[in-house]
Design a protein around this ligand. Sequence first.
Ligand SMILES: Cc1cc2nc3c(=O)[nH]c(=O)nc-3n(C[C@H](O)[C@H](O)[C@H](O)COP(=O)(O)OP(=O)(O)OC[C@H]3O[C@@H](n4cnc5c(N)ncnc54)[C@H](O)[C@@H]3O)c2cc1C
Length: 373
Amino acid sequence: MDDDLAIYRDAVVKFVEAEMVPHDAAWRKQQHVGREIWRKAGEFGLLCTDVPAELGGVGGDFRHEAVLYEELARRGLSGFGQGVHSICAHYLVNHGTDDQRRRFLPRMASGELIGAIGMTEPGAGSDLQGLKTRALRDGDSYVINGSKIFITNGYLAGLIALVVKTIPGAGAKGTSILMVETQDLPGFRVGRILDKMGMKSQDTAELFFEDVRVPAANLLGGVEGQGFYQLMGDLPYERALIAVAGVGAMEGALATTIQYVKERKAFGRAIAEFQNTKFKLAELATKTRIARVFVDDCIARIVAGTLDTVTASMAKYWITDMQQEVLDECVQLHGGYGYMNEYLVCRLFADARVQRIYGGTNEIMKELISRSL
Ligand SMILES: Cc1cc2nc3c(=O)[nH]c(=O)nc-3n(C[C@H](O)[C@H](O)[C@H](O)COP(=O)(O)OP(=O)(O)OC[C@H]3O[C@@H](n4cnc5c(N)ncnc54)[C@H](O)[C@@H]3O)c2cc1C
C-alpha cells in the first residue's frame, strides 16, 4: 500500500457500497449481475486496471486489481466475475497479436465486452489433456464443435478465451486458444445458469458450440498448438488472484464476527466474553494475518514479475484451506444466525467452498508443489 493506493481504495469502497451492495440480493435471485454494472465499473476505471494504457487498459498494476478483489470478497460480492475477466484480458496482453489486443482490450476495459475462460468440459477438468471441443480450420475460419461446463461469466460473456483442440489426438501440441466473440454467433448457445452451493449471483454456465465459425484471425497469438504453453504462463496470476480473494473473505468474516459476538448475549453476557470465543478469535486473527502476509508477498512478486508457479500454487492451496477453516469457525460463533443467508458470514461460508476446487484443485496444487521438492 501507499498513499495513492489508499485513495484508490477509498474510491473503490465508495463505488462498491453505492453500486453493488444494494443490488446483491436481487443479483443473487436472478443468478447474474447484469451488464449495466460492468459498464459502470468500466466507466469508473475498475476494469483491466493492470493492463497498460497503450493497450487500452487503465495502466496501473496488480495492486489495483487486488484492491477490488479484496473489497468485493470482504462483502461477499462473488457474482461480479472481474477476476476471470482480468485473466482473459491477460491472455491477450501476454500472447495476443497486435490486432487482437486492439480489437478486444479497449472494449474489455470499458465493460462493453465481458470476458470468460472456457477450459473445463464435462469429461475434462483437472486433466485438460482430455479436452474434446475441437476447432478445425476451414479457409479463413475455424469451425468449433463441443461444449464447456462451469464457465464463470458464461451467461454474460461477450468474449471467451476458448481452449480447443486444433489437432484432435495430438495432446498438448494440438491445443490452442480461440478468442470467441459470442454476440449473434450462429451455433453458439448458453445453457442454463448452474444452481450452485454458493456464489449465487455468479453466472456460471454451460456453453454449447455447434458448427460455430470463428475468424482464423482470432487464434490467440496467431500460431496453432500454443494453448498449453499460453495457459501455463498465466496460471500463477490466476492462482494469486484466488488467494487474494480468500484473504479478503477471511478479513471480512472476522470483522463481522467480532462485531456480532460483542452484540449477541447468552447467559447474561456477550458471547465475546466467553473464553472459548476469545481464544477462537485469537486463532482466527492469527491465521488471517499469516495469510495476509503471504498474499501481500505474492502481490509484490506479481508486480515485480517474479511470482513463480510453485509459490502461487502454495498460496492458492494454503490460503483457500485456511479460508475454509476460518469461515467455518466464524459461522459457529454466529450460532443459528450463521446458517441464515441474510447474514454475510453464511454467504461467505458457502462461497468459500469452491475456492479449493476451481483454478486447479488444491490436490493439483500439491502435485505441482511436490514436483519442485
Ligand atoms: C463455481 C465454479 C466456477 C468455475 N469457473 C471456471 C471457469 O471460468 N472456466 C473453466 O474453464 N473452468 C471453471 N471451473 C471448473 C474448475 O476449474 C474445475 O471444476 C476444476 O478444475 C476441477 O475439475 P473437475 O470438476 O472436472 O474435477 P475432477 O478433475 O474430476 O476432480 C475430482 C477430484 O479428483 C481429484 N483429482 C483429479 N486429478 C487428481 C490427481 N492427479 N491427483 C490427485 N487428485 C486428483 C481432484 O482434486 C478432485 O478432488 C469452475 C468450477 C466451479 C465449480
